[in-house]
Write a protein that binds this ligand. Structure first.
Ligand SMILES: Cc1cc2nc3c(=O)[nH]c(=O)nc-3n(C[C@H](O)[C@H](O)[C@H](O)COP(=O)(O)OP(=O)(O)OC[C@H]3O[C@@H](n4cnc5c(N)ncnc54)[C@H](O)[C@@H]3O)c2cc1C
Ligand code: HEM
Length: 431
């Protein structure tokens, strides 16, 4: 994915070297005392050590078999894990559980890691993306034991206890823990760099209806503290109690305003699907000025480098903060292409806008309809400028289309950066 990163993922390998047990950052505000304890790398985590060559071979040779059984393994895994640990319902996305897609993501990630076990370099960007998501959801080391236990138990059940045992079981156990320890190490680094860990209570200072479907919320810390700077393109998780479910749900929302220390702004598109989206509808219908909401520290490895000069994007706001309608793009309804130059005063934009009610052509949008890069000349797109980088943000199909279109115009793949609003179909295998 070639996105910019600050966590130094390469530094975290090899795993065995990562043994820090204390957090050195004195400025943390630990919101949740249990979390505060758990962010320190626990000493009691399994550490089966580096896989032997024989274990690697065993793991790699059995990946295809486990992949085939993937849906059944992950279905059993989540069912058993959530029934034994109902508290985790507050952590996992319930809708994804119902649909099943996300249920496969975790196991696929383990298989993907196993498939690249000799040289995990190609999958490190995916690992990094997951760790940012985990950090945003306050995943802590002790939970890896729960996940590991239920994942390996589910594999045993589906493949058969007489097959998945002995050396084979040990090899997968070691592979799981190698990946888990990589995640834990990276997440620990992210927590160390965060000004708070856990959920912090924020108040809605203002809500602004941007369109019928998109509402922006301006959030300020209830404790009156100053906010950290964040990078354009980063996101926060927000958490709310959902009465219909009887537990909490969290979702990620990009920070849609220019970085500032006063407020976080998120712009939420209401999901009107036949089965209405849980949190977006909850926020639209019930989160009003003066209400409170739980907010995580900003994370996300997808952000604009200060030197980036061009940004075709369906959503993200920019450091110059010129694009207040940024997140309307989430459903391809409004998509924008920003041409950024180092100086904010030199910003040009070409917005593709399908819901043009109340918007003025040339001011709020230049084109109606879906983003079609063929309408823009090479000069606007700066395809020939090797220093121009492209940040594409939105649903998977949108990103595929834009990526193809850019590549078709001769833009090298390394200049194209993408962020996904949903778990990739195969987030870690690199396929
Ligand atoms: C990094 C990142 C940044 C993001 N930034 C933004 C942003 O700036 N603005 C924004 O609006 N969104 C953003 N999103 C998306 C956001 O996090 C949510 O996914 C979105 O708001 C939908 O959440 P929801 O709870 O309303 O829907 P969910 O309840 O999660 O439902 C999602 C979909 O699943 C379907 N579904 C639910 N249950 C079932 C079922 N039983 N069977 C079949 N289908 C079902 C629903 O119909 C719906 O279409 C971002 C996501 C990521 C990962
Ligand atoms: C080695 C172990 C793990 C692997 C391989 C793994 C893998 C993944 C992957 C691939 C995703 C999707 C990322 C995306 O949306 O882009 C994900 C998301 C997520 N993971 Fe993990 N994970 C692991 C451990 C854990 C643990 C220990 C927890 C906490 C109990 C956890 C909780 C979550 C949650 C809550 C999400 C967001 C999706 C959702 O809400 O359902 N994961 N993980």
């Amino acid at each position: 994915m070639g996105s910019h990163s600050s966590s130094g993922i390469q530094d975290t390998l090899p795993l065995a070297a990562h043994t820090s047990t204390t957090c050195t950052c004195k400025s943390h505000i630990f919101i949740d005392s249990e979390m505060a304890t758990n962010v320190k790398m626990p000493l009691d985590l399994p550490n089966p050590g580096p896989l032997t060559e024989a274990q690697k071979a065993l793991v790699k040779s059995t990946v295809p078999i486990l992949e085939k059984q993937g849906p059944e393994i992950t279905r059993r895994f989540y069912k058993a894990m959530l029934s034994a640990n109902p508290d985790l319902k507050n952590t996992f996305n319930n809708s994804k559980q119902q649909q099943g897609g996300q249920a496969e993501a975790l196991a696929r990630a383990v298989y993907g890691y196993a498939a690249h076990i000799d040289d995990p370099t190609p999958i490190l960007p995916y690992v990094e993306r997951i760790t940012h998501k985990h950090a945003s959801l306050n995943i802590h080391p002790s939970q890896y034991k729960i996940v590991g236990h239920h994942l390996l138990s589910a594999i045993t059940e589906v493949v058969g206890p007489s097959v998945f045992q002995g050396a084979l079981y040990d090899a997968w156990y070691a592979a799981y823990w190698e990946l888990a320890r990589l995640f834990i190490g990276l997440e620990e680094k992210l927590y160390e760099g965060a000004e708070w860990v856990g959920w912090r209570e924020f108040v809605v200072r203002e809500r602004k209806e941007e369109t019928e479907d998109v509402c922006s919320f301006y959030l300020v810390p209830k404790d009156g503290g100053v906010l950290p700077g964040y990078k354009p393109g980063q996101y926060i998780s927000v958490q709310r109690y959902i009465p219909e479910l009887g537990f909490n749900q969290s979702r990620q929302y990009s920070l849609s305003d220019a970085p500032n220390t006063n407020h976080f702004r998120i712009s939420v598109r209401r999901d009107h699907s036949p089965i209405p989206g849980t949190l977006s509808n909850n926020l639209h219908s019930t989160l009003h000025t003066g209400d409170t909401i739980q907010v995580a520290f900003p994370f996300g490895e997808f952000f604009l480098s200060s030197s980036s000069s061009t940004c075709p994007s369906s959503t993200t706001s920019t450091s110059s903060g010129v694009h207040s309608l940024a997140s309307h793009a989430l459903n391809n309804e409004t998509t924008s292409l920003l041409t950024l130059h180092p100086s904010p005063s030199q910003v040009k934009r070409a917005i593709f806008y399908s819901d043009i009610q109340g918007a003025v052509q040339g001011q709020d949008y230049d084109f109606a309809g879906r983003m079609d890069l063929s309408k823009l000349g090479d000069e606007v797109l700066r395809v020939g400028d090797e220093s121009a980088e492209y940040y594409v943000c939105g649903p998977e199909r949108f990103m595929d289309d834009i990526g193809k279109s850019l590549r078709g115009r001769g833009v090298d793949v390394t200049r194209i950066h993408s962020e996904m609003f949903s778990a990739a179909a195969n987030p870690i295998s690199g396929n």
